[in-house]
Write a protein that binds this ligand. Structure first.
Ligand code: ADP
Length: 202
């Protein structure tokens, strides 16, 4: 199946853009959603996370304490790699299984850390990057989450920069205007992706 990978920094507009594609009937596979689904109590992922990080990242009710885990891996690259080693192969497997069940001209796969991990290139026909100035990202995330400016800046600093992300892009949406303008850009890209998906492979 023809696939488009969607990426962008925090607050760049990935969820908004994927909603616009979904409104055109495009199946959306979101690796963040899969990560959350995989780490429910009773699953092997939670067991593996507990084995590596201990009970401090598990809530009293047995669910994953995402905030604690985020704090744990945020400042510690080794811990982050350990978590990625648990999650990434399983997410990837889930993505492939879902793709195999879809009947659509093309699918959108949301991969927030595409530029950081370098994965998925072999299953993606195209990479779409949502870009916007960092000040806008910060303002949008602060408005959405209630996080302080410093906290949002720290998250941005841990992610790939705009230039790194743009370097992996086939297509770019600059999300500086209204949400209506954003969805209008998606409509144009949707038409282009339908045409590309229908074209015989080179
Ligand atoms: P991401 O999924 O990349 O973190 P979102 O799509 O959730 O980003 O967008 C971040 C926040 O900014 C959301 O609250 C969203 O509604 C808002 N937002 C996104 N694009 C625009 C826009 N063009 N104009 C105004 N608000 C926007």
């Amino acid at each position: 199946m023809f696939t488009v990978g969607l990426t962008g920094g925090i607050g760049s507009g990935k969820s908004t853009v994927s909603d616009c594609f979904a409104a055109h009937g495009v199946p959306v596979i979101d690796t963040d959603v899969i990560a959350r689904q995989l780490s429910v109590p009773g699953g092997e992922v939670l067991d593996a996370i507990r084995a590596v990080f201990g009970a401090t990242v598990i809530q009293p009710d047995g669910a994953l304490d995402r905030a604690a885990l985020r704090r744990r891996v945020f400042a510690d690259a080794k811990a982050r790699h350990q978590l990625e080693a648990i999650l990434h192969p399983r997410i990837r497997q889930e993505v492939e299984q879902t793709l195999a069940t879809l009947a659509a001209p093309y699918a959108l796969i949301v991969i927030p850390l595409l530029a950081e991990t370098g994965g998925y290139r072999d299953v993606l026909n195209r990479v779409l990057v949502i870009d916007c100035p960092e000040e806008l990202q910060i303002a949008r995330v602060m408005a959405r989450s209630g996080l302080a400016q410093d906290e949002v800046k720290a998250i941005l600093a841990a992610q790939a920069g705009r230039a790194e992300r743009l370097a992996v892009a086939d297509d770019v949406i600059m999300n500086t205007a209204s949400q209506e303008a954003l969805c209008a850009e998606v409509a144009l890209l949707h038409r282009r992706y339908l045409a590309l998906a229908a074209a015989p492979p080179p």
